[in-house]
Design a protein around this ligand. Structure first.
Ligand code: MRU
Length: 390
């Protein structure tokens, strides 16, 4: 993506020293564009845990470079396994993190310690390149979806823009490039399809208000930030043609973990017959789990993210202010699980499919060998009416 005419990815190796890892400090956006230089795997772990770098695909890619940094210090097998485990534990919900570390270990385990640093940098670069290609493909498949909606609107005599709603930030800054949910939006905009994007602010950390609004604004896409509570009302009024979100982990049955509040948007979309699509690279599918509610760990973050809010004051200083009475208890689950039955479809690099075992198996037949039965935990309503395509 371009910032002021210059092309960037969200992570890259420093061109001067050839080893340190460069990222944008996402806790400083949209107020300033600070580039961090991470020189150790401990710094990478801190950047992931504090969300200086965030978004499921991006934390996987950065963690892969984190392992390369760790190997620069100690490339022994024991140290490699220990440092890999430390990096994998920095955030629990997004499966891309564990996927990337696992892929790195599989590539590195049977190599000589003396070769490992070079191989690790090469493998991390491959992970990054593949992420970019996958997200671009997601964008192309999602573009078709938006084009179809635009055509249907015209056929009804509706000359207005395609109105999308998105939650959190699943844009280029959450991936190595392009984004997942935002990739089709960028492509549709570039193709001249008029769009209007409702951007959920996404409390408590405001990834929508801060990051998605910044990304869309930088690209010239028309957008409006709304409070998290507004989505249902907008859908009831007929002001949303399509909801599209990213995800941190999809089960092989099609359940979707994403930023807290996504489930409520899916419920509102279902009630109002608004298509609810989830965009993901296949690195976000956890083939080892079926029941999202029972099996996906939900990250619990610091209560201060709820009791306080960060913003820029009238003097231009970025500050955190308290919004609750002193001593108020707060709980901060960072993700929720949307059951597959509320998901109209999944958009992957291989195309669109139903959020179901059959749908995923149709796109990824090489993974259809997994036979573990679904766990007993079945939330009521799972057999209720669905919001699925077809
Ligand atoms: O806590 P975050 O900001 O890392 O959560 C990010 C999300 O929930 C995104 O929607 C998801 O990672 C998809 S990013 C392409």
């Amino acid at each position: 993506m371009k910032i002021k005419g210059e092309s960037y990815r969200s992570v890259w190796v420093d061109r001067d020293d050839g080893f340190s890892v460069r990222i944008f400090d996402q806790t400083r956006l949209p107020w300033s564009l600070d580039i961090l230089r991470l020189q150790t795997h401990e710094e990478v772990a801190t950047a992931i845990a504090t969300m200086q770098v965030r978004g499921a695909p991006l934390i996987g890619a950065v963690a892969a470079y984190g392992l390369a940094l760790a190997l620069r210090r100690d490339s022994d097998s024991d140290a490699m396994e220990r440092d890999a485990a430390m990096l994998a534990a920095t955030r629990p919900t997004a499966i891309n993190l564990r996927w990337a570390i696992q892929r790195m270990l599989e590539r590195l385990r049977n190599t000589r310690p003396a070769d490992r640093v070079r191989i690790a940098y090469e493998e991390a670069a491959l992970i990054c390149d593949e992420d970019v290609a996958q997200n671009e493909a997601i964008g192309r498949h999602g573009l078709t979806l938006i084009e179809d909606i635009a055509t249907a609107k015209r056929a009804r005599g509706d000359e207005g823009p395609v109105r999308l709603l998105t939650h959190c930030n699943a844009g280029w800054i959450a991936t190595v490039d392009w984004g997942t949910a935002l990739a089709p939006i960028y492509m549709a905009h570039d193709k001249g399809i008029p769009l209007q994007v409702w951007v959920d602010e996404t409390r408590p950390r405001n990834q929508g208000a801060a990051l998605t609004a910044w990304e869309l604004g930088s690209h010239g896409v028309a957008h409006t930030v709304v409070s998290d509570n507004a989505g249902g009302h907008l859908m009831q009024r007929g002001d949303v043609d399509l909801v599209i979100v990213g995800t941190d982990r999809v089960t092989r049955d099609g359940d979707v973990a994403n930023k807290i509040g996504t489930y409520l948007k899916a419920l509102a979309a279902h009630d109002n017959r608004v298509p609810f699509w989830v965009a993901l690279p296949s690195t976000t599918i956890d083939w080892t789990v079926r029941d999202g509610l029972a099996e996906i760990p939900i990250e619990e973050r610091a209560p201060e993210e709820v009791t306080h809010i960060v913003g820029r004051d009238e003097n231009g200083t970025v500050r955190s202010v308290q919004v609750t009475p002193d001593g108020t208890a707060a709980s901060n689950p960072a993700f929720d699980v949307t059951p597959a039955r509320l998901v109209t479809g999944l958009l992957t690099e291989r195309g669109a499919c139903a959020a179901s075992p059959e749908g995923l198996a149709s796109l990824f037949p090489e993974r259809s060998d997994w036979t573990r039965p679904r766990s007993d935990h079945a939330p009521s309503g799972r057999s209720a009416e669905t919001n699925q395509a077809g």
